[in-house]
Design a protein around this ligand. Sequence first.
Ligand SMILES: [Zn+2]
Length: 147
Amino acid sequence: MAKYIPFKTDMRHPEQVDACIVWCFDPRMQKVFRHFVDEMGYKHFDPIMLAGGAKDLSGYSSEDLRDALFAQVKKSVSLHKPKVIALMAHSDCGAFGYLKAFDNDLEKERLEMEKVLQEARQFLKDNLEGRQSILLVFVNEQGVHVL
Ligand SMILES: [Zn+2]
């Protein structure tokens, strides 16, 4: 059955967004996403939600997946000129096999996630034209850690 949901959408196009945010689509990460956006003061932003967040820009993923995510980031840059690109990874992420993939060791997991994020940032620095600043974001039970 067809359904109509009335909603007024502001169709004015922002010349520039505050951020392009690569975030994991994990449902546990959605409330903290909104909190992050509010705390950072981002009004307009391009959310790119996919399993593992920034994982696919790192060496932990395949070249095909990296190219697919990179194409989305490039599209955000060309269409909306984000001031910042935020790359996120989080604790207990299914895309990495959850915490058990790190022997249930939170410190070991955190160090690996930092490596993932640093690799992702380096990939963008090496391949993205332009000078966006790149934020690295790690989320765990305690909160959002902007590295
Ligand atoms: Zn995840």
